[in-house]
Design a protein around this ligand. Structure first.
Ligand code: C5P
Length: 246
């Protein structure tokens, strides 16, 4: 998975617990997107063997497990995930510096021992489903945008490779964390796609222009009558030469 060409910036979120559906989507999109994102629904239903099955389709896997526990347990979960060779793996930054450092160390050690690529670890900052009142209810200091910056800085200081952030946070986090820190962004909608339940969206080209490294796009691709055509159309909008004229 490289961020060099524009289609590889697209990560297709496959939000299903059905391994057959996920496998056929993954195979259809191979070569047209950079990776597929498998989350808690898929992992709970299909487990590690499901992840391996999707990876065999040829696309890198973003394993969105949003780990959050004591450092020893999170390190163990990271070690257990490494043999599945995910390109990206998520950890809640609010788990604190010791947990984040333990996760980063476990990823490096386990990848070295298994002689596989080290997954890049992404911090989850503030879930976009939480507003300032929700943060106060769980004792976190808002406003949400400020808390997201605090947690992104903590993730970076603790050895993570990047964060997942909302479209409206891209510019501030790019500024804060510099060019080498991965910003992986959901809430992306081409102007021809329905917003669904996403409230504040950017188009793929706007998000890349703002500084996003990878775009997490689900329903505009997976809900399209022709998912491959939808992915190619987004690739074309991002200037992918292979899709010129798509
Ligand atoms: O279908 P859609 O493009 O809205 O899917 C976006 C994906 O990104 C889903 O898997 C969703 O869970 C995830 N996500 C999000 N907003 C966040 C974090 C993750 O939409 N703040």
């Amino acid at each position: 998975m490289t961020s060099a060409d524009s289609a590889s910036k697209i990560i297709c979120a496959i939000d299903t617990g059905d391994p057959d559906e996920a496998e056929s989507l993954g195979r259809a999109l191979a070569g047209r997107v950079g990776a597929v994102k498998l989350g808690l629904e898929f992992f709970t239903a299909c487990g590690p063997t499901g992840v391996i099955r999707i990876a065999e389709g040829g696309l890198p896997v973003f394993l969105d497990l949003k780990l959050h526990d004591i450092p020893n347990t999170v390190a163990g979960a990271v070690r257990a995930a490494v043999p599945l060779c995910p390109a990206l793996l998520t950890i809640h930054a609010s788990g604190g510096p010791a947990m984040l450092r333990a996760a980063a160390a476990a990823a490096a050690t386990a990848a070295g021992e298994a002689d596989v690529p080290r997954p890049r670890l992404l911090g989850i900052t503030v879930l976009t489903s939480l507003d300032d009142d929700d943060l106060a209810a769980v004792g976190q200091r808002g406003p949400a945008a400020e808390q997201a910056r605090r947690l992104a800085a903590l993730a970076q200081e603790s050895g993570l490779d990047g964060v997942v952030c909302s479209p409206r946070e891209i510019a501030a986090l790019r500024d804060l964390c510099g060019p080498g820190f991965l910003l992986v962004v959901p809430g992306i909608r081409p102007d021809w796609a329905a917003a669904d339940d996403q409230k504040r969206v950017l188009t793929p080209a706007e998000a890349v222009a703002a500084g996003a490294d990878y775009l997490v796009i689900g329903r505009p691709i997976t809900g399209a009558a022709d998912p491959l055509a939808a992915a190619r159309r987004i690739g074309a909008e991002l200037g992918d030469p292979a899709e010129a004229g798509a």
